[in-house]
Design a protein around this ligand. Structure first.
Ligand code: 1GP
Length: 231
């Protein structure tokens, strides 16, 4: 089990609002992926988060909660990822909900477990894009957000999010050149081993989400595609 996020290469993101059999969960957790992230935009409740956490905990794999609802936070995860949406047009999603969380939970927070993610959401059809009122950045904007994530905010993670659609590998390449210290996560539309390999050339970590629910077998194959020598 590797808790060093900057050494991760592949993670699965599970949506607690969607169904998954025990057998599927076992295959994912024992696939050789580096971690399971539990997160989603709609239908997130404390009950469905805890249910999934409990089931993932049977396996020796780091489990992360990506926080989207302040009232659906629970102890028991290895890490808590907190998005700051850099291209949101509302300060709320960049700073205010995090500020609210600090006011409420500061005393119970273990800062070794909490990672801020500089999010840049590039798919206007994505629920997260719409919910956080993003504006669509051009290439120069995206590169500057990545630069800011590393050099101004010193964030541990920069997350290029195309959720639901496959991104532009050339842009992912350019972003990767801006980041040295900050770990670069790419997520969006990875449904095949080939796509996983393509994005992994540039991103430190690739995130596979939706395809778990639409084509389980292909989603599983993305692990071996990027971690050939280790699985
Ligand atoms: C979603 O970045 C992840 O937050 C993964 O995207 O669901 O499109 O694989 P997909």
């Amino acid at each position: 089990m590797n808790y060093k996020i900057n050494e991760w290469e592949h993670v699965f993101k599970l949506d607690p609002a969607k169904e998954m059999t025990d057998e599927q969960l076992e295959l994912l957790c024992e696939s050789g992926t580096d971690a399971i992230i539990i997160g989603g935009t709609d239908g997130i409740t404390l009950d469905n988060i805890l249910d999934l956490l409990y089931r993932v905990r049977r396996y020796a794999i780091p489990c992360v909660l990506e926080i989207s609802e302040l009232d659906a936070i629970s102890p028991g995860f290895d890490y808590y990822f907190i998005p700051m949406v850099l291209n949101s047009t509302e300060k709320k999603w960049l700073m205010d909900i995090q500020h609210e969380a600090i006011k409420e939970y500061k005393e119970m927070m273990n800062w070794d477990e909490i990672m801020m993610e500089g999010y840049c959401i590039l798919n206007p059809e994505a629920k997260a894009y719409q919910k956080t009122n993003c504006s669509l950045p051009d290439e120069e904007d995206v590169i500057s957000y990545a630069f800011m994530a590393e050099h101004i905010f010193h964030l541990p993670i920069f997350y290029l999010e195309y959720s639901g659609s496959y991104g532009d590998p050339q842009l992912v390449d350019k972003v990767s050149r801006e980041l040295e210290e900050t770990t670069f996560f790419y997520g969006g539309g990875i449904t095949t081993a080939k796509q996983a390999q393509e994005m992994k050339q540039y991103a430190d970590v690739i995130v596979v989400g939706n395809s778990i629910y639409s084509n389980f077998k292909a989603a599983l194959q993305t692990v071996a595609a990027v971690k050939k020598d280790k699985t």
